[in-house]
Structure formats: C-alpha cells, structure tokens
Ligand binder design. Structure first.
Ligand code: SD4
Length: 335
C-alpha cells in the first residue's frame, strides 16, 4: 500500500537529488498538498500552449481526461502547425488524413486513423471511446461516425500545405523522412513538427493521455503510424503512469513503445530510464535505421515524476504544474 508518509519520503528524496543533479529530468514538484500533481506534460514546443489550455481544467480541479482533450485541440486548430490537425501536410495523393487516440484512468480508450475532413480527431477519438463498444475507427467510417456525432466536414488542406505538397511532387521521392532535429537545436527553436502526445494527472491523482497527428508528411495513402494505436503512440495505466511517443511511428509500433515504457515503470524504472530502455530496443534491433530517424518517448509516473528519452537530440517537451506554466525541457538523447 502506498501511504502518504511513504510518498513524502520518496518525493523528498527525489527533491534532494534534483538539488545536486539539476540536469536530471525525472522530477517531482510538490504542490501545497505535497503531491506531484496536478501536472500536464506534452511533446515538443507547441506543448506549452496546449498545456496552458489543459491547465485551465486541471488547475481548477477538473478531470485529466477533459484536460488532455482540451489541450490537444490547440495544435489541432493551429494553422501554422503542419503536423497536427487542420493544415497538416497531406499524404502523397494530396489527402490530409488524421490519426489520434485518447485513454482514461479506467483503461477506456478510443482512436481514429486515416480520418479525413474533420478538424478535431482527438474529440472524435473520445467519442469512439465513450459512445461505441469499439476502440478504433478508420478512414471513411471514422469520418461518417464524426458527422453522425455532429462534427462539421471541412477541407483540411490549406493553401500553404498544398504549396508544400506541390513542391514535394516535383521530385515525389517516396522516402518520407520525419524531420528530426539537428544536434545544435535547443528547446524554443522553431521546427515544423510533430505529433503532440500529452499526459496529465489531475488533483485526484487520476491519469489520462492523448495523442494526435497528421502523421508522416506525404506518406503513402492509407499509411497509419503509431499515434492512434493504443500501446504504441500512447498508453496509460492508472496504477503506474502513462507514456507517449513521437517520431517514426513504424519503429514505435514494432516495439509497442508506450506500453513498454509503462510496463518498465511498473517494474521500478524511473520515467526517463524507462524511455531510455524503449529507445535502446529500437536502436538495438535496427542500428543503421536508428541513426537516420527520430523517435522520442515521454512518460510520467503515478507520483507525477516525468522523464523523456529520444534517439536524436533536440526533442523538447513542455511541463505545466502549479509552479511552472510554461516550462520547456530539452529531453535526453542517445546521440
Ligand atoms: C507517425 N509518430 O505518424 C507519428 C509522427 C510523428 O514526430 O510523431 N512525428 O509516425
């Protein structure tokens, strides 16, 4: 049984470690209730804005599930963001197809994959979870379900994204590469990526997560990555913690990445050690491929300690809790 005394002992040890080793990224912030939550963490720089939205719910005692849905909708609606939601880069045939999933503290989950014409896949994923006996709807069926639920059908391809696609068509080289970061990049640098994966713990200590993306730019029509796949792009176990991923989804799916991270935390790994082990599995299986790609994991445990690990440098994530609303952290990397 995890009692309050034991919790205080553990967290004060962590706080002590932070004082002498400030570069560690497994941290726990104690709020007034001596807990490491509420807290929300999200992948990449755009996680800062997403977290702020989520905090409106978490900071006023709301449910983690509502917070991650509200937060994920921010990059989905951002027309300057070409990797999530509306204005996402299309597939090689010019279709914008979106992937998303969501998971709550009871182990309920829902997702959509390859869905066209609907700007907020995370909200459709939530309704798949809540209104159907299923976990995943794909393609036309997902769009049809969304329309039946009252979502508006709209064109997701913007002029800017269309121009980028037309430029790509000149060579139309089918070797879609997820933009990965150069070794000099720092948090705050402007990149045009990527999937948002978001994990939150509410004031009651319940955990939920969300993940949403337009996937790999100029992908083969019908290609689906890790982001809408429970266990790959996202996994939450309310007894243990949650994990999410970004980067080349195929490698994450092959290793059931987010589930692996959560299971490692169950065995006692810290969030960043669990993320590192998941990254190492990818590198070990395909060392040559791994040099060319980015995959990053972000995780949080039941105490509100968080951590990350990525193959390449430059993976940033955003943290928001009672003390910090806009903290951007550079994740650890293999290279
Ligand atoms: C995918 N994992 O579709 C997503 C893309 C991504 O950073 O996260 N890019 O494979």
């Amino acid at each position: 049984m995890y009692n309050r005394r034991k919790f205080l002992k553990t967290t004060s040890t962590v706080a002590g470690l932070v004082a002498i080793a400030p570069r560690t990224f497994s941290k726990s912030f104690l709020n007034k209730n001596n807990t490491g939550f509420p807290i929300v963490i999200s992948t990449w720089d755009f996680g800062v804005a997403a977290n702020k939205e989520a905090w409106k719910i978490l900071g006023t005692g709301g449910r983690a599930l509502d917070a991650v849905e509200a937060g994920a909708r921010i990059p989905e609606a951002d027309l300057n963001n070409h990797s999530v939601g509306k204005a996402g880069y299309p597939d090689r045939d010019g279709h914008v197809t979106l992937d998303a999933c969501i998971m709550d503290e009871f182990g309920n989950c829902g997702g959509v994959a390859g869905m066209e014409y609907i700007a907020h896949p995370i909200s459709v994923a939530r309704l798949v979870m809540e209104k159907t006996p299923h976990v995943l709807l794909v393609g036309e069926g997902a769009t049809q379900f969304a329309v039946e639920q009252g979502f508006k059908k709209e064109t997701l391809l913007t002029d800017e994204s269309k121009k980028a696609w037309e430029k790509w068509l000149v060579t139309a080289k089918y070797s879609p590469v997820i933009n990965f970061e150069n070794k000099q990049s720092k948090p705050g640098d402007k990149y045009n990526h990527d999937t948002i994966g978001m994990l939150a713990i509410d004031a009651k200590g319940n955990i939920s997560g969300a993940c949403t993306t337009s996937g790999m730019a100029f992908k083969l029509h019908g290609r689906v990555g890790d982001s809408p796949i429970i266990g790959a792009g996202l996994y939450v176990d309310n007894e243990v913690g949650g994990a999410t991923s970004t980067g080349v989804g195929e490698e994450v799916i092959r290793n059931v990445g987010s589930f692996l991270v959560v299971e490692l935390m169950r065995q006692g790994y810290s969030p960043d050690a669990a993320c590192k082990e998941a990254v190492n599995r990818i590198i070990k299986k395909k060392p040559e491929t791994a040099k060319q790609i980015q995959v990053g994991f972000l995780a949080i445990n039941k105490k509100g300690e968080y951590g990350s690990y990525a193959i390449q440098p430059g993976f940033s994530f955003a943290v928001c809790n009672q003390e910090k609303q806009d903290l951007l952290v550079s994740g650890k990397s293999y290279y």
